[in-house]
Design a protein around this ligand. Sequence first.
Ligand code: BJW
Length: 224
Amino acid sequence: MNGPRVVVLTGAGISAESGLATFRDSGGLWEGHDPMQVATPEAYADDPDLVLRFYDERRDALAHAVPNAAHLALARLEDALGDDLLLVTQNVDDLHERAGSRRVHHVHGSLRSAWCTACDERHDWDGPLLHRPPCPACGARDLRPDIVWFGEVPHGLPLVEDALEECDLFVSIGTSGLVYPAAAFVHWARGSTLELNLEPSAGATGFAQSRQGPATVLVPQWVE
Ligand code: BJW
């Protein structure tokens, strides 16, 4: 089997310089809540309005964000490598796609999608969900953010696992190494491993090499 030679994993740090807040180092609370406590099925069951508002605001922020030099560099890498690159992102923004990446594997879902828990259909979604719009397919008012919360299973893991087991190089960019299974990808990788991050992540010691600095500097340097 011929898998991609290079697997790249991105996290919130790659979009930080586009103005999108990271989860753990933004240092701030959202409406008095830790963002990590809001991104859970339990929070959604307890207070759906709170969680829907959190995602409505983030969808709005995304509409005003633009891809940065790191996203653009990865799009150029895809132009150069084609099928020899697998780009996996934990991010729910679409900045990789808007930078020109054509094949992006979103393991934690997408802000610009809504999932109907009544009929299991997914719909492209740019508007708010707080006012409980009906599902375009079945009419039920059961649309939720199409996001993988804690305790839910990330998307397409077998594909990622196969690629990691065959790759020559795994590169992790702008992620804290605290959330599994993505934090374990470095251990699944067969080839060499490289971390690019503002500072050493929680998983930094698992990488063969690690470079520190902003993604907009490190990623173009690595790609060129
Ligand atoms: C820059 C920068 C710049 C800043 N330039 N860098 C105990 C042990 C092990 C596991 C578990 C456990 N208890 C529970 C679990 C499992 C759990 C988990 O990992 N919990 C941990 C907290 C311990 N995981 C799950 O539940 C996952 N599902 C699962 O495991 O299912 C079981 C299963 C697995 C496999 C097969 C079958 C079954 C689901 C995880 C879902 C995560 N969802 C979230 C929220 C939804 C998305 C959203 O709302 O946007 O995803 S949580 C949040 O964290 C979000 C992110 O994608 C994810 C990772 O965050 P990320 O990207 O690392 O961001 P930050 O903010 O943490 O870090 C930013 C980094 O950037 C920092 O390092 C900065 O230094 C850096 N940086 N500026 C470069 N300019």
